[in-house]
Design a protein around this ligand. Sequence first.
Ligand code: PSV
Ligand code: MN
Ligand code: MN
Length: 388
Amino acid sequence: MSTLTPDILSVLEKQAIELPSWAFGNSGTRFKVFATPGTPRDPFEKIADAAQVHRYTALAPSVALHIPWDKVSDYAELRKHAEDLGVALGTINSNTFQDDDYKFGALTHHDETIRRKAIDHHLECIDIMDATGSRDLKIWLAEGSNYPGQNDMRARQDRLQDSLQQIYARLTGEQRLVLEYKFFEPSFYHTDVPDWGTSYVQVAALGERAMVCLDTGHHAPGTNIEFIVMQLLRLGKLGSFDFNSRFYADDDLIVGAADPFQLFRILTEVIRGGGLNSPDVAFMLDQCHNIEDKIPGQIRSVLNVQEMTARALLVDREALDAAQTANDVLAANAILMDAFYTDVRPALAEWRESRGLAADPMAAYAASGYREQIAADRVGGTQAGWGA
Ligand code: PSV
Ligand code: MN
Ligand code: MN
């Protein structure tokens, strides 16, 4: 455990990364959805698979649900099922993008009947949060327009604010609303919440329990995401992360796979801004596994976040401050790069073993027989979601 000090390990021990239920369902592109043997047939089976990830990593104690993909008749039963498997139900994601009524908008729609329906869907999501014990309602909106002149962008911002006010007013206790932004898709000319600034403006007008959700895959190429992380932390408005990685658009690939250095830089700013293991900043994955196995895909993902967090914790802050103050450009850069280039994997494996976990969670899962078991047991049907 040479590289990781006891102080660093005690920070890592508290790390928690929420898994998305939809990562366990079949998904794909508009060209083809490839089915994986053993894919869950209902939310109960998705949670069972998520619990496997936690079992081998101790990193993923909760699972986010998506409504109506994860609609069940009894949420108390689902909650108990999760708790029996050692995990909790987490963020509730609303869905206003798969209903014909929302073709031209939902929370921004000029038709009051449709806007009411979209608001009511969110109120129903909060009812579910009451039953599941979830803290966060996450809203991602697909709305916008495709052609200049198609819509009154300004009026849509006003209606969005009014809709969010009504939803926010229904939250109780510790419950929060997190508003996600995305720069394009499925709308291509304008998107109603395209960037962190718009999300910030909308949630700041609501109140303290409304925050911004930053999905790492939702930025234009070349965007300095760690700057946005810094700014939102500085403003006290970074509510959550949706981690994933991208080469081109909203690829939803395994976090840290496309650009581990970017993940390291983001986590360095999270630590700098006091956002690591902070109750205010939820770490979540938002990924789909189109061609790889889903459970090991999620295990790999949480390990990637853990490894880059460990490297970011290795940054020698004091030395960095001194180099920055001295305007020693190359020394400051070298201090950051020294941490980034440190291979923490052997130390993490050793630490895992010392806590009674498998040194290699990927290998332990593969050897467990779970994959073969679910492939044999789960015959017929896949759960609705991105791939449906
Ligand atoms: C669509 O872009 C999206 O990937 C958003 O990132 C949401 O968080 C996710 O779907 C689930 O609704
Ligand atoms: Mn997302
Ligand atoms: Mn996305």
